[in-house]
Design a protein around this ligand. Structure first.
Ligand code: HEM
Length: 160
């Protein structure tokens, strides 16, 4: 390689590495809103509605939301029941707590603002590998539906 070519290569290499790092940004798993088995339409939950299913009423199933998807975790009662370790996670969408692997009150929210790629990847891992294969989906949170509607509007306006 000539001296000119090799200095061009040396100059371009850091640029390509920079572009590669940027391209490597983690893209969170997109939730697909689906109809339940047997063609049953999915149910939309508000935070207040979901709060009823926090295992305090033994007559009701136990629900937990992750990434705006509401799962029936009644079969995991030993984890989520009234006196169980993870009871604090039910009746709400505590996606942030799952991303941070935390059970602290301040992390019991669906707001993922400011989380790192690694934390978002961790959340997707527990969503894909623990909840999706293990528990049936019973509905979706209102804010997830609103967010997806907004995304569709933006796509039509070519803003996304
Ligand atoms: C010292 C800390 C912890 C220990 C020793 C621990 C232990 C465990 C064990 C042994 C299981 C598997 C139980 C089984 O499949 O039989 C489990 C599941 C689980 N843990 Fe933890 N854990 C800890 C902290 C946390 C924290 C901070 C979170 C926060 C979100 C968390 C969330 C979960 C979840 C979501 C499951 C899956 C439950 C299910 O299958 O429905 N854990 N944990």
């Amino acid at each position: 390689m000539s001296a000119a070519k090799s200095s061009l290569f040396c100059l371009a290499l850091p640029y390509f590495c920079f572009v590669l790092v940027l391209c490597d940004k983690y893209v969170p798993v997109r939730v697909e809103i689906e109809t339940n088995e047997g063609g049953v339409p999915p149910k939309m939950f508000t935070a207040d509605e979901l709060a009823k299913y926090d295992a305090s009423d033994p007559e009701l199933p136990i629900y937990l939301a992750l990434k705006g998807v509401v799962f029936d975790v009644t079969s995991g009662k030993r984890f989520y029941g009234k006196e169980s370790d993870y009871n604090i996670l039910v009746g709400k969408d505590a996606s942030k707590a799952h991303a941070l692997w935390s059970l602290e009150e301040k992390d019991l929210t669906h707001d993922l603002t400011g989380l790192t790629d690694k934390q978002l990847e961790g959340l997707d891992e527990v969503y894909e590998k623990t909840y999706k294969p293990k528990y049936p989906v019973v509905g979706y949170m209102d804010y997830l539906i609103k967010q997806q509607e907004d995304d569709i509007q933006k796509r039509f306006k070519n803003e996304l």
